[in-house]
Design a protein around this ligand. Structure first.
Ligand code: DGY
Length: 324
């Protein structure tokens, strides 16, 4: 029997590409270019499975509704799948899967890195040294915000949030509160001595650091708007490792400029890879180029997870990480 034809829309780590070659008749993207809408439309006609990712053009009905579509399953390389219009996929009977769990810890590490860096002015300090502007230790130099023992508020308390909670509570003695319309079990809440709050606003008002862990898109777009930013403490920092569109970027710029909040740590942006120009000159903003899952170990594991889903689908089994 011939092997299923599978397209990886971007370059993957070597070990994951090697497994893809063993299992399937695979097409790699060797020069790692962003595929055009036309290429993705062609892919729908050519491959049995496509493994897309967050930085591709969104897979909407424009791509899915091609004549003679061959593609039956989209095995996303990524836990967030807002790059796929799942309603459009469902409408034409294309299955969608994602890669949860394998990136939980590394994404949480990046949230903690941002939190620590922005609070302790680490980016600013490093720039000072590189620019050869450091004039030496003195009692009043670069005073910053203590992290240990502070209040950390979560918007969304799923897998990544709980991994942040683990590090923040047990590593830094932080007091935790959260809002999640689908809260975890009482055991999980008890483990972190976390306080479950009834609204996003309750979290914003009480936290020294607010960290976002909700999906992007839909009603979460611009969830952190001017009004909600205005509810945070003046001394508080916003951390975003979720999706860029969850924060109204112009409103964030204004809030930071006006001293409504103390600063932000951002791993994701509304219109990646472009970044609102005003953020670039703000010393109290730490920015990473969407690094949440960017460790070799995790990216290999994401590839393997995506392939497990392709394999299960063509073995006639329910893919382990089906989301639509
Ligand atoms: C994820 O897995 O959601 C990462 O943000 C990359 O898409």
């Amino acid at each position: 029997m011939s092997k299923p034809k599978v397209l990886l829309t971007r370059q993957w780590p070597e070990a994951a590409e090697a497994r893809a070659k063993e299992l399937f008749d695979v097409q790699l993207n060797e020069d790692d270019h962003k595929m055009s809408v036309e290429e993705l439309q062609d892919a729908m006609k050519t491959y049995d499975a496509v493994c897309p990712t967050v930085s591709d053009f969104q897979i909407t009905s424009e791509i899915l509704d091609v004549e003679d579509r061959k593609c039956k399953v989209l095995c996303n390389f990524g836990v967030g799948f807002n790059n796929i219009d799942t309603d459009a996929a469902k409408a034409v009977g294309v299955v969608v899967t994602n890669t949860p769990d394998v990136l939980t810890d590394c994404t949480a590490d990046i949230a903690m890195t941002l939190l620590l860096m922005v609070a302790r002015r680490a980016g600013e300090g490093e720039r000072l040294i590189r620019e050869k502007k450091w004039s030496g230790w003195r009692p009043m130099h670069m005073l910053s915000t203590k992290v240990t023992g502070k209040k950390l508020g979560f918007i969304g308390f799923g897998r990544v949030a709980q991994a942040v909670a683990q590090k923040a509570h047990f590593g830094f003695g932080m007091e935790l509160s959260f809002y999640d319309p689908y809260p975890p079990s009482d055991d999980v809440i008890k483990k972190f001595s976390a306080t479950k709050l009834e609204s996003i606003e309750d979290v914003l008002k009480s936290a020294d650091f607010v960290t976002l862990h909700c999906p992007g898109g839909g009603s979460n777009t611009n969830l952190m708007n001017a009004e909600r930013l205005g509810m945070m403490k003046k001394s508080a920092f916003l951390i975003n490792t979720a999706r860029g569109d969850v924060v109204d970027e112009p409103a964030l710029v204004q809030a930071i400029r006006d001293g409504v909040i103390a600063g932000a740590g951002l791993d994701v942006f509304a219109k990646e890879p472009s970044v609102t120009e005003d953020l670039l000159s703000m010393d109290n903003v730490v920015m990473f180029p969407h690094l949440g899952s960017a460790t070799t170990e995790t990216r290999v594991a994401m590839g393997m997870c995506s392939l497990d889903n392709v394999k299960a689908f063509f073995d006639g089994e329910e893919p382990p990480n089906r989301v639509a």
